[in-house]
Design a binder for this molecule. Sequence first.
Ligand code: NAP
Ligand code: MG
Length: 468
Amino acid sequence: MNRDSLLIGGRWVTTSESLEVENPATEDVIAVVGRATPGHVEDAVRAARAAARAWEEAGPQRRADLVAALADRLRDRRAALIDATVAEVGAPVTVAAEAHVDLAIEIVASAAKIGRELATEERLGTSVLVRRPVGVAACITPWNYPLYQLAAKVAPALVAGCPVVVKPAELTPMSAYLLADAVQDVGFPAGVVNLVPGYGTDVGQALVEHPDVDLVSFTGSTRVGRQIAATAGARLARVCLELGGKSASVVCPDADLETAVRATVDSATLNSGQTCSALTRLIVPREAYAAALDVAADHARRIVVGDPGDAATQMGPLISAAQREQVRAAVDGAVARGARLVAGGTVPDGLDRGYFYTPTVLADLDPADSASQDEIFGPVLVVHAARDDEDALAIANGTRYGLAGAVWSGDEERAMRLARRMDTGQVDINGAAFNVDAPFGGWKDSGVGRELGPAGVEEYLEITAVQR
Ligand code: NAP
Ligand code: MG
């Protein structure tokens, strides 16, 4: 891919600055794309502001029609989107298809459906509640699921009536260009969707500081999320922050241990462990600890790591050299503090090029240890033993994060009782499937606000209460 332009005000604007995109499986440069500067941010925000009134007045039906068309145009590009995801993220082709591209398209289609049913006016006693778009939205996304992250912000913003300025992660801009191509095919009004790839520290920062950006929707690290909240807070701009996680998988004594452990290892290693909602802490009954470690180690060792383009591959590389160093340091540090390395902890044999790392299982750590408290964002599972359900719950809730979680039990009511008490945005019981319409987001340091479904659209709406 070679693109030297940015989408601003409905036109491709050429730029002399560029970003090189590396394939993390081969370390080759695979694309050169345009890089925006703060000056482009100024132009993009102005274009979005200029488009705002007409986009609001287009109404929910028209907006939903265009977003539904966007889902169709993305579907036309499915193969190219999968190729781009394999190349820029290093996600295995099966994961790229299902967890990245198909899910993203489903989210866009779902937003269109929600947009059609959007109640812009509602009676409440003597009041009429008028819901209106909040204004210009900046969408700042990470590299782990590039298309999904864009879809989960852009589609709800558009159906709500907000023009967007999109800043994708510098490591993964290719999916964003394909999305912009789909946007142009649909023929959105000029300025409704603007794309300014670039660095977070200049383009991202300029967007967050811009007085004409009414809402910042950010997905990424808790560290940067905190900075964004402070900057946006100074001018009272709205924020929606989807941040990190350290989610627990709680296994009750009456659960099918083997199923629970295998599924938790799969979750911890999906997308090379670079999933914000990954289950990275496995909590099992003390009596089942040894058996759980055996199953986890066996399952981790069986995961096929290698060329993401190969259909048999289950796990590709990490996103970058720096990310692998961070993971390696976290694992080595844990081992130095007395953790037992039950599986992994190495670079796989024969994979010297690319940022590969083996699926890793750590045991015998105190739940207060940093390996069990801090997000590692690599394929690393930490296993703990609990005395009983109360102890398991205390360990599960004992981090500053609260994004996702899981409970496994032969008794669904028992699982439900635990799920109700987990301080986290989502809990899956016995491996229940992801629901694209369920609110997704975090408690505590995992963020502010929710994405997806009706709750995700609500984030982009303001309310005027009219009494009559
Ligand atoms: P990151 O460094 O926080 O970056 C996320 C995005 O913010 C990137 O586009 C980045 O630009 C930009 N950015 C960086 N500094 C900025 C600033 N000062 N002002 C405005 N924008 C700025 O996160 P990452 O390393 O890409 O992603 C990994 C993290 O994201 C993990 O902690 C993970 O848990 C979290 N995450 C959370 C969710 C969720 O839904 N809760 C989903 C996925 C990932 P650059 O590309 O130039 O760095
Ligand atoms: Mg970053």
